[in-house]
Design a protein around this ligand. Structure first.
Ligand code: CO8
Length: 256
C-alpha cells in the first residue's frame, strides 16, 4: 500500500512504519493519523508479521499534532467530532508488540504516540516533551496519564507545566525509554530487536503484552491473579510443549 504521509515496509517478519511529512517535522495531521491507523490494522492482522517498528526522521519522530490544521477549531466542533479519538488509539490498540524508534523531536502528540508503543528505543538525539502549554493548551492524546505513569508525578508535572524537553540520557534514567543507542544504529537496532521478538512464540508475545498492560488497569492482587491464570493456560499450547522440550533436549525451539 502507498500513502502520502507514511511509508510502510516489511523487513522479514517485521513491519516498519516511517512517519513521512518532512516539511513539518512529521506533524500529526488527520490524514497522517488515518493512514497510520490503516497500516497498523493491516500489519496487526498480517500473519507473516510478528512485531512492528514505528519511526520518524533523523530530525523528528513527530513534533506534535498539526498546529496549522487545528488552530481554528472551536469547542463544539472538537466535541462533536470527538477530536483526537478516531485513529489515535490504534497504536495502543495493536495486539502485536510495537517499538517506537525515536530520533530528534518527540513532542506533544509525538511523545504521546511514542508512549502508546510498547517500549521506546531512543537515539542520542531524541528529545521528548509535552509543550502544549506553550501554545495555550494541554496534552490531549494521553500525555498527562501515560507520562505520569512512566516517569512519576514530579517529573510529569514539571514537563507539562513548563513544556521543557527531556534529552535521551535523562529519558533513559527516568524510565521513559528502554535504551539509548547512537543515531546511526537506531533503525537497525530497532528492527533487530523486533525480529528477535517476532521469532518467539506468537501467543507468548501477545500474552506478555496483554498481562503487562493489565498492570496499568487493575490492582496488584488482581493483576497477579490474572497473570497466574494466563500462565496456567499456557500449558498444553504447542509452543509450551516445544519450548520446554527443546530446553530439556538442549536444542533450539521451533515455535509454530
Ligand atoms: N504543527 C505544524 N507544523 C509544525 C509543527 C507542528 N506541531 N512543528 C513544526 N512544524 C513546522 C514548522 O511550522 C516549520 O514549517 P515552515 O518551514 O513551513 O515554517 C517546520 O515544521 C520546521 O519547524 P521549525 O522551523 O519550527 O524548526 P525548529 O528546528 O526551529 O524548531 C521545534 C523545532 C522546536 C520542534 C518547533 O518546530 C516547535 O516548537 N514545534 C511545535 C511543537 C509543539 O508545540 N508540539 C505540540 C503540538 S500540540 C499537540 O501535540 C497536542 C496533542 C494532542 C493531540 C493532538 C491531535 C491532533
Amino acid at each position: 500500500m502507498t500513502y502520502d504521509t507514511i511509508k510502510a515496509e516489511l523487513h522479514g517478519n517485521v513491519g516498519l512504519i516511517t512517519l513521512n511529512r518532512p516539511d513539518s517535522l512529521n506533524a500529526l495531521s488527520s490524514k497522517l493519523i488515518s493512514e497510520l491507523a490503516e497500516e497498523l490494522k493491516l500489519m496487526d492482522t498480517n500473519k507473516e508479521i510478528g512485531a512492528m517498528v514505528l519511526t520518524g526522521s533523523d530530525k523528528a519522530f513527530a513534533a506534535g499534532a498539526d498546529i496549522r490544521e487545528m488552530q481554528d477549531k472551536m469547542w463544539p466542533e472538537t466535541f462533536n467530532e470527538d477530536f483526537i479519538t478516531d485513529g489515535w488509539e490504534q497504536v495502543a490498540d495493536c495486539r502485536k508488540p510495537i517499538i517506537a524508534a525515536v530520533a530528534g523531536f518527540a513532542l506533544g502528540g509525538g511523545c504521546e504516540i511514542a508512549m502508546m508503543c510498547d517500549f521506546i528505543l531512543a537515539a542520542e538525539s531524541a528529545k521528548f516533551g509535552q509543550p502544549e502549554i506553550k501554545i495555550g493548551v494541554w496534552p490531549g492524546a494521553g500525555g498527562s496519564q501515560r507520562l505520569t505513569r512512566l516517569v512519576g508525578k514530579s517529573k510529569s508535572m514539571e514537563m507539562c507545566l513548563t513544556g521543557r524537553m527531556m534529552g535521551a540520557e535523562e529519558a533513559e534514567r527516568v524510565g521513559l525509554v528502554s535504551r539509548v543507542v547512537p543515531d546511526a544504529d537506531l533503525i537497525e537496532d530497532a528492527i533487530n530487536t523486533a525480529k528477535q521478538i517476532a521469532s518467539m512464540s506468537r501467543p507468548a508475545t501477545l500474552m506478555i503484552k496483554d498481562i503487562i498492560n493489565r498492570s496499568y488497569e487493575t490492582t496488584l492482587s488482581e493483576g497477579i491473579r490474572y497473570e497466574r491464570r494466563m500462565f496456567q493456560a499456557s500449558f498444553g499450547t504447542p509452543d509450551q510443549r516445544e519450548g520446554m522440550a527443546a530446553f530439556v533436549e538442549k536444542r533450539k525451539p521451533e515455535f509454530s
